[in-house]
Write a protein that binds this ligand. Structure first.
Ligand code: ATP
Ligand code: MG
Length: 417
């Protein structure tokens, strides 16, 4: 039996890769216009990085990481999110001593999570993300959110919702956690087993629980947004002002806490109504303590991650057509060895002239070559038969009109390039 791909992985086949290129091109253009440069980090890191960075009370760390011991007896983990690796590379690369902020993006970076595979939820997915280090002003929060929105809008998405929230900082959150814990304790009997533990270790996580009975309790819980300290509160007000200046519509959703422990102040999500449960296309927020936590300087950070597969899924469900580039525009049909030798050079020259050209590599008859050219949808067929080779000519056939013309071989390029 043939070996199958692991559950929760998805191939991008050659006939579909143009869709990825389409969104990748948009992402690269938008971020580079705004002064972001690409960063690439390894697919695996020391497990400790994610324990320290992502947080050991999160679902990601507790249930979803691909962790294994390598042959050198080190515990390594396949990236379960993009930010921690970027922070590590930033520190290790000595970038904190540069002029700040540092604006970075990553494109189609593989992310691994041991989740129950379903539509829009894979065990290996890919993210486009940005990270900005060294800027504390709410204007950068608005820029980052604006970039994420520009991306999904340029991709053609329509039914979008931007949810924002503030989850405070280490000045106001501990006190709020106590208030929330006290409330949850009163309703402990109605919470799911996991939330009973979450309530003790990290009560904010309960707000994110998908269990219905927990959601009912959460609806009446005190909200972080009502318990922000002066600094967080004015940061959030500033963010709203900047978003309004950019004419970006938003909803304040006090229940967004995000699935990673490192967030402080701003958190946000972009949700599409088009694909149901897995509709979160993008999630992000500010993480002002993360750099220090990972052993770097006390420097603020903000970023987002956007799932490429999910983005493509939403585009498909909204009927957004991605222009499909042609594979081959000119096909050279040959008969005889002399013609083949001429053709291989001609194909090379046409390609150098920017034309997508090809010839037969399967020893097909000239008739079968024609048929093949029709099948792959070429625009022009060039015929180099025995007769043409004797006369030094070629027949150019325009497939759409059926029009044929005989030209001199040394003039073929003039007609095409
Ligand atoms: P969700 O609530 O859907 O599980 P998340 O909060 O775990 O999402 P993030 O960690 O913020 O997601 O990741 C950023 C983006 O990556 C998500 O908004 C989504 O588009 C995508 N993503 C996350 N997990 C998966 C997955 N298992 N398969 C495909 N895409 C994913
Ligand atoms: Mg998740």
């Amino acid at each position: 039996m043939a070996v199958k791909a692991p559950k929760g992985t998805k191939d991008v086949l050659p006939q579909d890769s143009y869709k990825w290129h389409y969104v990748e091109d948009i992402a690269r253009e938008l971020t580079e216009e705004a002064g972001y440069r690409e960063i690439r980090t390894p697919v695996f890191e020391h497990t400790e990085l994610f324990l320290r960075g992502v947080g050991d009370t999160t679902d990601i760390v507790q249930k979803e990481m691909y962790t294994f011991t390598d042959k050198g007896d080190r515990s390594v983990t396949l990236k379960p999110e993009g930010t921690a690796g970027v922070v590590r590379a930033f520190i290790e690369g000595g970038l904190p001593s540069n002029a700040q902020p540092t604006k970075m993006y990553y494109l189609s970076a593989p992310v691994f999570r041991y989740e129950k595979p379903q539509s829009g939820r894979l065990r290996e997915h890919h993210q486009f993300g940005v990270e900005v280090f060294g800027a504390a002003d709410a204007s950068i929060d608005a820029e980052v959110i604006g970039l994420a929105l520009a991306m999904v809008k340029k991709a053609g998405l329509k039914k979008l919702k931007l949810n924002i929230n503030s989850i405070g900082c280490d000045k106001c959150r501990p006190q709020y956690n106590e208030t929330l814990r006290a409330y949850l304790k009163e309703h402990e009997g109605e919470l799911c087993e996991t939330c009973k533990q979450r309530m003790e270790r990290n009560p904010l996580r309960v707000l994110d629980c998908k269990v219905e009975s927990c959601q009912k309790i959460v609806a009446g819980a005190p909200k972080m947004i009502d318990h922000l300290c002066e600094e967080c509160s004015s940061h959030f007000d500033d963010l709203k002002k900047y978003l309004e200046a950019l004419e970006i519509g938003y909803t304040v959703n006090p229940l967004i806490v995000r699935g990673l422990d490192y967030y402080t102040k701003t958190v946000f999500e972009i949700i599409s109504d088009s694909i149901g449960a897995q509709g979160t296309v993008c999630g992000g927020g500010r993480y002002d303590k993360l750099l220090k936590q990972i052993g770097g300087p006390d420097m603020p950070g903000i970023g987002f991650g956007m799932g490429i597969e999910r983005l493509l899924l939403v585009m498909e469900s909204e009927g957004i057509e991605i222009p499909e580039p042609s594979v081959t525009d000119v096909f050279v049909c040959t008969h005889g060895d002399a013609a083949r030798l001429k053709a291989i050079r001609l194909v090379r020259d046409l390609r150098e002239g920017g034309i997508k050209a090809d010839m037969d590599h399967c020893a097909r008859s000239i008739k079968a070559q024609f048929k093949y050219a029709g099948k792959i949808g070429v625009k022009t067929v060039i015929v180099l038969g025995e007769e043409e080779m004797e006369k030094g000519t070629a027949v150019l056939k325009t497939m759409e009109t059926g029009e044929e013309r005989a030209v001199r071989q040394d003039e073929i390029k003039i007609f095409l390039i």
